[in-house]
Design a protein around this ligand. Structure first.
Ligand code: SF4
Ligand code: SF4
Length: 354
């Protein structure tokens, strides 16, 4: 099977329709000024020019979904006795996510270690992960909020993808980067790649150069821990935060959830929905006590989790893919890069003065 193919630009809608015969195809579409992933309609041309506002995480980890339904029946002769029926809803349909960027897809590596780990494998996540393929668009240009190269990634990072798609003259180069990806390239609409791989490689190299030199974040885990009790530092860097949560909802690596029951009498369904650690309610306990009462505590947790606690537990893997969504979409431009770099500098200065 060929690992590289060429797709003419005008054939893209036909190829997506072909994939749509056996899969749900999610592709970027503009809605209300944002670019989001939606089921691709027949003949639709996806928005590929700029990166999506939303990350592709909802394809596998929906913003809200039913885990199971429950029905309780009481014994009319003995109301203290009741039977409970639980019906799990583990449904996953074959899906192709088309046109996400490498940083967004890399986010699933961070999810995998949590939701597919040995201790608490999650059957809902696993089912969706197994049924989903990614045709990822490599970057041939970058934005000033991108810093994927700081976190060990880059404009053509294949991590988590099945096919890499690169815009070349008149169309796209398609490269299979997994066995399942090779099967996706078996279509009469695709032709031999010829020497287009060279053109694609050169464009991606340009994008890599435009990112500038990567900053060294290797001291981040230790530095952030050293500043754990430095409330002044965290108050300073969180001063302008509005606690709106946009950063967490758009982040490809934020994986926290909350559970709610929707009930009707004694029956109902249990839902899992994305949660947001930047909200006051996130750690609010039933007693009224809140271990993270201020936005300084909450931002410390968000940054600390991504650049210190997670990598400490997962062989140094940073829980950030450098996509820059949280910087671009934050209404007051809180910049996570600046916070991490400041933390490294601050901890170093403290060490010297001690
Ligand atoms: S998007 Fe910005 S303002 Fe909103 S919670 Fe995140 S850091 Fe704070
Ligand atoms: S923390 Fe910000 S830059 Fe990092 S993955 Fe999340 S949204 Fe992207």
């Amino acid at each position: 099977m060929a690992k590289e193919k060429y797709l003419k630009e005008e054939q893209l809608p036909a190829w997506l329709s072909e994939l749509g015969r056996t899969n749900r195809v999610l592709a970027p579409r503009e809605e209300g000024g944002s670019i989001v992933f939606r089921p691709c309609a027949d003949g639709e041309v996806p928005v590929l020019a700029t990166d999506s506002t939303a990350s592709p995480k909802a394809a596998i980890f929906p913003a809200s979904h039913e885990l199971f339904s429950f029905a309780q029946e009481k014994n009319p002769d003995d109301p203290e006795k009741a039977s409970l029926t639980l019906t799990p809803k583990i449904e996953a349909e074959p899906t192709v996510v088309f046109g996400a960027r490498p940083c967004g897809v890399r986010g699933f590596l961070i999810f995998d270690r949590v939701y597919q780990g040995e201790k608490f494998p999650d059957p809902y996540y696993k089912a969706a992960r197994e049924k989903t393929l990614f045709i990822t668009q490599t970057c041939t240009s970058t934005e000033n909020t991108c810093f994927c190269n700081w976190v060990g990634s880059g404009p053509d990072d294949p991590a988590g993808s099945d096919v890499l798609l690169t815009r070349v003259n008149g169309g796209f180069l398609l490269e299979a980067v997994s066995g399942r990806g090779e099967a996706l390239l078996e279509s009469p609409l695709l032709s031999d790649a010829g020497d287009r791989a060279k053109e694609a490689k050169a464009a991606r190299e340009e994008a890599r150069k435009s990112l500038g030199e990567a900053r060294d974040l290797s001291a981040a885990p230790k530095s952030l821990l050293a500043l754990f009790n430095d409330q002044g530092f965290w108050e300073d860097v969180s001063a302008k935060c509005l606690s709106c949560g946009a950063c967490t909802y758009l982040c490809p690596t934020c994986y926290c959830f909350s559970i709610t029951d929707e009930t009707k009498g004694l029956s109902g369904k249990r839902l899992r929905s994305w949660d947001n650690c930047m909200s006051f309610q996130f750690t609010l306990e039933a007693s009224g006590h809140n271990p993270r009462p201020t936005k300084a505590h909450r931002l410390k947790n968000r940054v600390g989790h991504k650049f210190s606690y997670y990598p400490t537990l997962h062989e140094g893997l940073l829980a950030c893919c450098g996509c820059g969504r949280c910087i671009k979409s934050c209404p007051v431009s809180v910049d996570i890069r600046e916070i991490v770099l400041r933390a490294i500098e601050h901890a170093k200065a403290q060490e010297v003065s001690e």
